[in-house]
Design a protein around this ligand. Structure first.
Ligand code: ADP
Ligand code: MG
Length: 695
């Protein structure tokens, strides 16, 4: 038998107090950003209006913070770094009405147990500053007078020099720097009266810099960028029943990004609440494209007795009394704001195929008070139930870089004709309802107009007669697999995988919508009426237009196009929801498919071709060619520009959630699609299984 030498108990020894403190300190201060957060809060407690942070190696080598606050009295210097010394809390009862960040007197002590700390400080009534170094909570040597500004500078060097394990657990200096930067940025947004600077040691330019007496929005712009700042809506909500209030700024449905960012302060302390973040993110799911998220900055003030401020300092994750109810209340406030910023729009849905009933858009998304159905309370079972805002954020988004904004500056960076920045900007604004009082009124059913024009009926019949049975079956029952690019997507039908030319089939889809919904389109309103003259001039500047000198001056042609299309005004508006005003501006284009906005880059060519390629003389040919030109403009195609992340997200979302669902329910695929390589079978699953079996 093996001897049982291992079963003897080890002697229990009392740990050296210094070691205990060090371990405890390592728990409190886990990384440079934790230490910095505590120190920033001390500066704010000391009423600083300027806080400068300097770091070396992500704060591991050096973390220095300089403020212009009250300073520390010389006689207090010897004990500032001892545990449980604080100038902020006198009795336990004070905890209930605590207004300052610090109260435990633990931060500086902890830091001094795991790093070399030097404090230089001067109060307003002192003739000079004083400096001292600390080790394990104690003064290393006597406090020395020195020169210095009013305020305090704390230098933390070689963090975790004495705890190997902690040091090793840390991420790279660049990741630590990112964390440090996040802390400074967030405090800067929340404390906009105070100027913040974050610099890497030895570098002259700052990573973060905000001026004193700024505003939250201004600081968000400076730090997080204008694309976020310009889409912010203010949240202001108070709930007397739950004894809390919330104030902040969140992005609207026009902005979205891959990662959800939430700057959360509870009673002015930077914290995390996964529960709150997730709940709010859920609200946005109804408004933003799949897998995209908002930016949110929220400051909650909760009755102090309801928040456990005495949580462990590393517990950034907070919990508070009535958490669920408070979260729901904040959720409601945010959603109300999101709805409010997208209110009063009417959309028409189409009955593409005969027999598909027509219903008005669900008004749950309109604004107003009362019994609203919030999106996060609804269960979505079908991507078609996505609200229009979800997609249309794309068009109304991103301002200067906006996808719905058609700047008539031409592609490929060719110079604009007009030096004086007269480029037309076209924003799509979805059609507005005349009043918003329908919130409380029963929804009226929109009547679809019966079109009895024999030309249209005959074009419809041709489409029906030409429908390919096999392909119809395939589209009705397909599963969308994914986008390859704008032009191609993969779909599965039964056990087969197909590569489908999205451009060709969407062109056909829009053509058919134009015929079957003839005279019943909703409007997509351009936020600025677009001068047809300018659009035509732009198009003529494009090589694609085929303009040659023999065609005559472009100006004359453009004028002709304005006059010509204006002469068709009544018909265009009546049948195709294309409004042209008295000044020759295009105001609306038809809404062919809910949640779908054509790429406005194609608008100039579309206008030119309407005037030149449509045969306006014979009714049937006119409608057919008009529908062909229009579907050519609407179809999803390869963008002429280098795609941005946003444009990629947009077309992918739209292809999956708008286009292919519409193809499923509506398209009558012409037999030509069966033979022109628009749809290619690229795999058959049973065959693939055979291949894999061999592996
Ligand atoms: P707490 O903030 O909980 O009081 P700390 O360990 O963070 O504990 O700080 C201890 C004390 O040191 C504070 O109470 C305060 O008096 C003083 N102190 C720390 N940082 C500063 C500063 N930047 N300016 C003025 N006083 C400070
Ligand atoms: Mg403190």
């Amino acid at each position: 038998m093996m001897a049982s030498q291992t079963s003897l108990p080890g002697t229990i020894r009392k740990l050296d107090e210094v070691v205990v403190n060090r371990i405890a300190a390592g728990e409190v201060i886990q990384r440079p950003a934790n230490a910095l957060k505590e120190m920033i809060e001390n500066c704010l407690d000391a009423k600083a209006t300027n806080i400068q942070v300097t770091v070396k190696q992500g704060g591991l080598k050096l973390l220095q913070i300089q403020d212009n606050g009250t300073g520390i009295r010389k006689e207090d210097m010897s004990i500032v770094c001892e545990r449980f010394t604080t100038s902020k809390l006198q009795s336990f009862d004070d905890l209930n009405s605590i207004a300052t960040y610090g109260f435990r007197g633990e931060a500086l002590a902890s830091i001094s147990h795991v790093a070399h700390v030097t404090i230089t400080t001067r109060t307003a009534d002192s003739k000079c500053a004083f400096r001292a170094q600390f080790i394990d909570g104690k003064l290393k040597e006597a406090v020395k007078p020195c020169a210095g500004n009013i305020g305090t500078q704390i230098t933390v060097e070689d963090l975790f020099y004495n705890i190997n394990t902690r040091r090793k657990a840390l991420k790279s200096p660049s990741e630590e720097h990112a964390k440090v930067s996040e802390v400074v940025s967030r405090y800067a947004v929340h404390n906009s009266r105070v100027g913040f600077t974050l610099k890497k040691y030895g570098e002259s330019s700052a990573d973060v810099r905000t001026p004193p007496n700024s505003s939250a929005v201004h600081n968000i712009r400076t730090i997080y960028g204008p694309s976020i700042a310009k889409e912010l809506v203010e949240i202001e909500h108070e709930d007397s029943r739950l004894c809390f209030k919330v104030h902040g700024f969140v992005t609207n449905a026009n902005y979205s990004t891959k990662k959800c960012t939430m700057l959360l302060f509870i009673n002015h302390r930077l914290v995390d609440s996964t529960a709150l973040r997730k709940s709010l993110d859920t609200v946005y799911q109804a408004y933003l494209p799949k897998n995209s998220h908002p930016f949110m900055y929220l400051s909650l003030e909760i009755a102090p007795q309801n928040v456990d401020v005495n949580v462990h300092p590393t517990k950034h994750e907070v919990h508070f009394l009535h958490e669920d109810a408070i979260i729901e209340s904040v959720q409601t406030a945010v959603e109300a704001k999101l709805l409010g910023s997208n209110s009063s729009r009417t959309f028409y849905t189409q009955a593409l195929l005969p027999g598909v009933s027509f219903t008005e858009d669900d008004k749950a998304s309109s604004s107003g008070s009362g019994d609203k159905t919030y999106a996060h309370h609804m269960v979505r079972t079908d991507s078609k139930e996505q609200k229009l805002d979800t997609f249309l954020r794309a068009p109304t988004t991103q301002g200067a870089g906006s996808s719905n904004q058609v700047s008539t500056t031409n592609r490929e960076g060719r110079a604009d004709r007009n030096e004086d920045n007269s480029a037309i900007e076209v924003f799509i604004d979805k059609e507005q309802t005349t009043s918003s009082k329908e919130d409380t009124e029963p929804k009226t059913q929109q009547k679809q107009r019966q079109i009895k024009l024999s030309s249209v009926l005959s074009l419809q019949q041709t489409v029906k007669d030409d429908a390919h049975k096999g392909l119809t079956e395939m589209f009705r029952n397909h599963k969308f697999v994914g986008c390859v690019n704008e032009e191609f997507s993969l779909i599965q039908h039964q056990t087969m995988l197909f590569l489908v030319n999205t451009t060709t089939v969407s062109k056909e889809l829009f053509y058919q919508i134009l015929l079957f919904d003839f005279g019943n389109f909703g409007n997509l309103r351009l936020s600025e009426p677009a001068p047809i003259y300018e659009l035509a001039m732009l198009a003529l500047d494009l090589e694609e237009s085929g303009w040659i000198e023999a065609d005559g001056p472009k100006e004359d042609l453009a004028t002709y196009i304005v006059d010509f299309l204006s002469s068709k005004r009544e018909m265009l508006e009546d049948y195709f929801s294309m409004e042209i005003d008295q000044n020759g501006n295009l105001c609306t284009v038809p809404m062919l498919l809910e949640n779908f906005v054509p790429d406005m880059d194609g608008l100039p060519m579309y206008i030119l071709r309407l005037a030149t390629e449509v045969d306006w003389d014979v009714e049937k040919i006119c409608f057919e060619s008009f529908a062909r030109e229009t579907s050519n403009f609407y179809c999803v195609k390869k963008s002429l520009f280098v795609p941005t992340t946003e444009s990629v997200d947009k077309y992918k979302w739209c292809t999956e959630h708008v286009l292919y669902p519409a193809l499923r329910t509506s398209i009558l695929p012409p037999s030509s699609l069966a033979n022109d390589s628009s749809i290619l079978q690229i795999a058959n699953l049973p065959d693939l299984y055979k291949v894999f079996e061999r592996c």
